[in-house]
Ligand binder design. Structure first.
Ligand code: AMP
Length: 357
């Protein structure tokens, strides 16, 4: 099939790499010819019509995709995931309303449109709390952590101008995520919970599967995911980010797409998140999501590429670069590590410590 992707970043690139062995072809809608996906298929520069003419099915690589555009395209060409998944997951308030509707625990929240709203929200929710933009935030951008009342004005001044949301602070032990995929016939496959370690709001290290996860916790996360997939009639990969707390799991946000915390699945799992997304949207049977190794990790390469020979010399690591120019805080690639024991995994991460903050 011919698959059109709205966007041409590293996620589109890795989707195409996983889709070519299945005999699919790819086209990308982009604003420039200098993107990670540029050499991986036909490029349509600001030309929605030609992409739609090219494609049998369309998907997107970002939740910041324009909903009206997807609605328009979907009149003639199928777009997966659904417009509903996109509409909900691009807005923190709509996500949290859905969590509440499905009895998925999440932080208390309130939408903030004025200084007065913010004061009232702080009164209702208490401090510490986090003020965030309702849309467009990523890698911790568009957020202000309010610890004390005298920071309220500064928080308002630094973010006002767009719709905001105040969220209660969650005192978490670990950050986890769960990735799953649903096909057009309501079949689901789940990847194991993974642990995500961030620095300055950017994911740096994923441990997969997350260690010391009880079967009850995995079951609960799967149950939350299942209700989200079914409620949104989602087709494709869906990710949920979770906080692990003393009192169980608290949902943070969802992403209607392949996710950075699932990159380990390229070598770590029988079928990667990328291949399963492609299988789901092209109506092929979903692939097995059993890990090939019990101890995997993914290290993001951020800002500068560094000494890749260190990676290439190791027998249990795989380098993935995205053909991007070096720039501060930019995701340029990642390293996947597969190991047969915790000791081997720890030793490998240690050898790659130059890539970690
Ligand atoms: P987000 O963009 O919502 O994923 O937020 C980026 C990071 O900020 C998360 O990975 C957490 O480390 C932290 N964070 C976000 N929301 C909260 C919250 N309500 N309570 C505690 N930490 C949070």
């Amino acid at each position: 099939m011919k698959i059109g992707i709205l966007g041409a970043g590293q996620l589109g690139r890795m989707l195409a790499i996983s889709g070519y062995p299945l005999n699919h072809q790819f086209g990308f809608l982009s604003t420039s010819n200098n993107e990670p996906s540029s050499l991986l298929g036909r490029m349509f520069i600001n030309d929605d019509k030609s992409l739609v003419d090219f494609a049998d099915v369309i998907t997107f690589e970002s939740e910041n995709t324009n909903v009206e555009k997807v609605r328009e395209i979907n009149k003639n060409t199928p777009v997966f995931p659904s417009e509903k998944s996109l509409f909900i997951s691009q807005h923190r308030g709509r996500e949290k309303a859905l969590f509440n509707q499905l009895n998925i625990p999440c932080a208390p929240y309130q939408i903030v449109n004025s200084r007065q709203d913010l004061k009232q929200a702080v009164k209702n929710i208490g401090l510490p709390a986090i003020l965030k933009t309702t849309t467009e935030g990523y890698d911790g951008k568009g957020q202000f952590f309010i610890r004390k009342h005298n920071q309220i004005s500064k928080a308002w001044e630094s973010l006002s101008g767009v719709e905001l949301i105040l969220e209660g602070f969650v005192n978490f032990k670990r950050e986890l995520s769960l990735i799953a995929v649903r096909d057009m016939n309501n079949n689901h496959k789940y990847y194991p919970l993974v642990e995500n370690i961030h620095h300055n709001g950017i994911l740096r290290l994923t441990i997969a599967p997350a260690q010391n996860i009880s079967s009850q916790l995995q079951k609960t996360a799967k149950y939350y995911m299942q209700s989200l997939l079914d409620e949104m009639n989602h087709v494709g990969v869906l990710t949920i980010e979770l906080f692990e707390t003393e009192n169980g799991l608290i949902a943070n946000e969802i992403a209607p797409r392949v996710h950075n915390s699932g990159h380990w699945s390229i070598e770590g799992v029988n079928t990667s998140q990328f291949e399963n997304h492609i299988r789901a949207i092209t109506n092929l049977p979903l692939g097995d999501t059993t890990p090939r190794h019990n101890f995997c990790a993914m290290i993001n390469i951020i800002g500068t590429v560094g000494n890749i020979n260190t990676v290439l010399k190791l027998s249990n690591t795989h380098l993935h670069l995205y053909d991007k120019q070096e720039r501060i805080d930019r995701k340029l690639g990642h390293i996947n590590i597969t190991a047969n024991s915790q000791i081997e995994l720890d030793a490998s991460i240690k050898k790659l410590k130059a890539f970690l903050p």
